[in-house]
Design a protein around this ligand. Structure first.
Ligand code: FES
Length: 209
């Protein structure tokens, strides 16, 4: 295999040519926040949380940027930290309620990112008080969906398409109202429940839990 060397936060690491910065960082236990990345899926680059600085200045999404020989990557810098913090605060501003009682608590990527960046949820709440909390939606006979806590990463939609060749789930509405729904006949869902397993914030819950 064609190996190359690069530097992440000054640490020399080796990588397979063609791998992305995020893959190489995670392999070397260097944490980069991410929500829409899943190792089995194409990386849509929608959440933008995996931003890093390369070669002293350029900001790139690490899940979509291949490593290069001699590349210098910073996962933290004033520019990176500011950009990621703004993105996370926007997400939190649109994210209802506390983690208490949430089925995703403990395995939630957003929780992990918040603790990594030491985000003060109360500060965000002061900037934008949450809107009315919506009831849990029964998406079909197999699982429920908490729209209040959805981060719109698209992993569930992509997973369905990847596994079944066609996605029965898709996005509806726009902006802050964007949510997932079944396309057409919900009974066509094959009940594999992979979408509930891969949801990074754990808000698709199997009814058989
Ligand atoms: Fe890279 Fe979401 S993980 S854009």
């Amino acid at each position: 295999m064609d190996k190359i060397a690069l530097f992440i936060n000054g640490q020399r690491v080796f990588a397979t040519r063609g791998a992305t910065i995020l893959e190489v960082a995670l392999e070397n236990t260097i944490y980069i926040p991410h929500l829409c990345y899943h190792p089995s899926l194409e990386h849509p680059g929608t959440c933008r949380l995996c931003i890093v600085e390369v070669n002293s200045g350029r900001l790139v999404t690490s899940c979509r940027t291949p490593v290069e020989e001699g590349m210098e990557v910073k996962t933290h810098s004033p520019k990176v930290d500011k950009a990621v913090r703004i993105l996370v605060e926007l997400l939190i501003a649109d994210h209802h309620a506390s983690c208490q009682g949430c089925p995703g608590s403990g395995r939630c990527e957003l929780q992990k990112i918040m603790s990594n960046l030491r985000i003060d949820r109360r500060r965000v709440r002061r900037l934008r008080p949450p809107k009315e909390e919506l009831p849990l939606e029964s998406l079909n006979r197999c699982f429920d969906y908490d729209v209040n806590k959805c981060v719109r990463c698209g992993i569930c939609v992509q997973t369905c398409e990847d596994l079944h060749g066609v996605s029965y789930l898709y996005f509806v509405d726009r902006g802050y109202d964007t949510k997932i729904a079944f396309f057409g006949d919900e009974s066509k869902c094959l009940s594999c429940l992979k979408c509930t397993i891969r949801c990074p914030v754990g808000i698709l819950t199997s009814k058989s839990r």
